[in-house]
Structure formats: C-alpha cells, structure tokens
Write a protein that binds this ligand. Structure first.
Ligand SMILES: [Zn+2]
Length: 340
C-alpha cells in the first residue's frame, strides 16, 4: 500500500470506516442515501440509510408515529442517530427514498419507469401511510393494467405505457398489489394476463431479483385456472363468429367470398391452438400483419370495415364479460361507449 502523510491517512481511514460496516452484523452504508447531516438511520436487509426524520414524518404518518413515541427499537444509535430496523428489502426502500428525498415529481411525470420500481413504491408507500406517493404510483400502474379497453390495448401493443414498462409475468405482482391496495379496477386485466402465463408459473409464481418469489394466492390461482378454460372456449367462438359472417355481409364480389373462405379455413381449423386463451387479441391488426394479409387485403373496403366492426364488437363483449369469467365483483368500462 502507498505511504501517506499522517493527515491523509487519518482522512482515508475515516472514509474507509464510513464505507464499511456500521454494526456488528456487518451492515453496509447505502451509497446513495447516507446524508452526513441525516438524523436517523434506517436499517434494512444489511444496508443502512442515513436520512432525515422531519421529511419522513412529513410524508408518512407511520414514521411520524414511530419518531414521536419512544420505541424499544430506537435504543440502538449510530453517530448519535437512532437506528430503526425495517423488514423491507433495501432495493425497495431505496426506490421509496428516491421518491421522498430526491424528486417526488420524478415519479409523477416524464419518466417511464420499470414495473419493479413502481411496485416497490406502491407497496412501501402503502405500508408507511404515504398516500400521495402510493396513489401516484398506482396511477402509473393503471396506465397499463387498466379497466379501459382502449388504454389497455394501447399499452399491451407497446409492452407498456408512456409511464411504465412491464412483462407479462409482472401481472402476478399487479394482482397482489391490487388486492393489497383494494384497487379493484386493476384486477380483471391483471388476472386475464395471469391466465396467459404457463400453468407452472401460475402455480409456482415468479422468482424476483431480490430473492423472493411473487405468488398468487390459492384463491387467485384457482380463479385463473377456472377462467382459462372459458377464455379458450370464447377464443374459438370469437374466431367462428368473425370468420363466418352471416347475412350482413351482402357483398356481390366473388373475390370477397373466396377471400373470406380462405380466412375461415386458415383460422377455424385451430390446429395445435386449441389451448389459446388470448381472446382479447387484436384480430384485425394480426390479420393485417401476417401470412393471411393477402386474403384480408383482397376483401373490398366494405367487407374489411364489416370485419373490423365485428371484431371490435366481439372484443368489447369479451371485455365486458371478463369480470364474470374471472368470478370478480368488479365493473369495467364499456368500450363501445367510448368508441371514436
Ligand atoms: Zn366485399
């Protein structure tokens, strides 16, 4: 090691000490949240955060209560600061502290955040009574897990909204958060998305980066498995009704009849796809962008418009029946009432 003057050595020693363990259990100081003039140390999962009691109290009735009453857990001190042990994961706590101490508006506007960050803020803000933060994060979550078909469809097509990105497997956490915060409107689509997951994932949950596993409750697992058979059934009926239009298709063009027959033959055989529960899929976009594009494009504009209308009606119908299919006592917005 390089030699240093005594003052530099003293300085470096103090820095190393600050970066090292703060307690007997080998707790590390957090690199982002260690304010030198902080007056309380939050300790979570082996990481210590030195922050400000006043700001926490202002934002959280739970912390305010904790600081106002002498607690047995506050007997521990570090650098004169009381140490509070929390049962949270340090990554979750860091996301919450960013919302409180760095920039609350960051969480409200501008940035598109990953689901995992939004989920951490919802859960901890709910736990610590930070209602405004919880509600902001929930609004962000509802921009993807919406009860509005148009909002949902847009987010689904783009794998996220302007406010949040998500994976299909995040739907399990979305269901659990909807249950935790009693946000009923998120349940139908979040559970519908769970129904699209592999049975093994529905049963065993999804391992998270923080070492835990996100699981549905037994009740919601059963709800998904039961609903899935209905969704598979409805998907078949949907295709049948879409590709075998009856009298309203009064087109004299033989090309239209031949093209429609091609589409029906291609889509009503269900070879190997009998287990497909994606009955809210956007058929028209799909038809316009796959190997059946030619048959669809060969239809005259009137026939295309008829199919689009039919697909929209069928999709709206399933959307409205989703709560019933999932055995939920929740209302969703009527998509036809908002059609442009
Ligand atoms: Zn036609």
């Amino acid at each position: 090691m390089e030699e240093s003057s005594s003052s530099e050595t003293r300085k470096r020693t103090r820095t190393e000490s600050e970066a090292g363990p703060i307690g007997e259990a080998g707790t590390k100081r957090d690199e982002e949240f260690w304010f030198k003039d902080g007056n309380v140390v939050l300790q979570a999962g082996g990481v210590a955060f030195r922050v400000y009691q006043g700001s926490l109290s202002l934002n959280s009735e739970v912390f305010a209560g904790l600081f106002s009453v002498p607690q047995p857990t506050l007997t521990d001190t570090f650098d004169g600061c009381p140490v509070i042990e929390l049962a949270d994961h340090p990554d979750d706590l860091r996301h919450l502290l960013r919302a409180v101490f760095v920039d609350q508006t960051f969480y409200r506007h501008n940035a598109q955040l990953p689901f995992v960050v939004v989920a951490s803020v919802v859960r901890l803000a709910h736990k610590y009574g930070m209602e405004h933060l919880r509600d902001d994060a929930l609004e962000r979550m509802k921009s993807c897990f919406s009860d509005d078909l148009h909002v949902w469809a847009k987010a689904e097509a783009s794998e996220g909204s302007a406010l949040m990105t998500y994976d299909y497997t995040d739907a399990i956490a979305a269901v659990n958060i909807a249950r935790l915060t009693e946000t009923q409107s998120m349940l139908p689509y979040a559970l519908y998305t769970c129904c699209q997951l592999d049975t093994e994932v529905i049963l065993n949950g999804v391992p998270q980066k923080n070492g835990t596993t996100e699981r549905l409750t037994q009740e919601d697992i059963l709800r998904c498995l039961n609903a899935r058979s209905t969704l598979v059934h409805d998907n078949i009926i949907f295709a049948y009704l879409l590709f075998t239009p009856t009298l309203p298709l009064a087109c004299a063009d033989q090309v239209c009849h031949a093209s429609l027959q091609c589409l029906a033959q291609a889509n009503l055989t269900f070879e190997g796809e009998l287990e497909d529960p994606t009955c809210l899929a956007d058929w028209i976009t799909w038809l316009a962008h796959n190997e059946q594009t030619r048959s669809y494009n060969n239809l005259c504009l009137n026939c295309q418009a008829y199919m689009q209308l039919k697909a929209r009606e069928l999709r709206s119908d399933i959307w409205l029946r989703l709560p019933h299919i999932l055995n939920l006592d929740v209302r969703v917005r009527d998509p036809s009432a908002e059609d442009p």
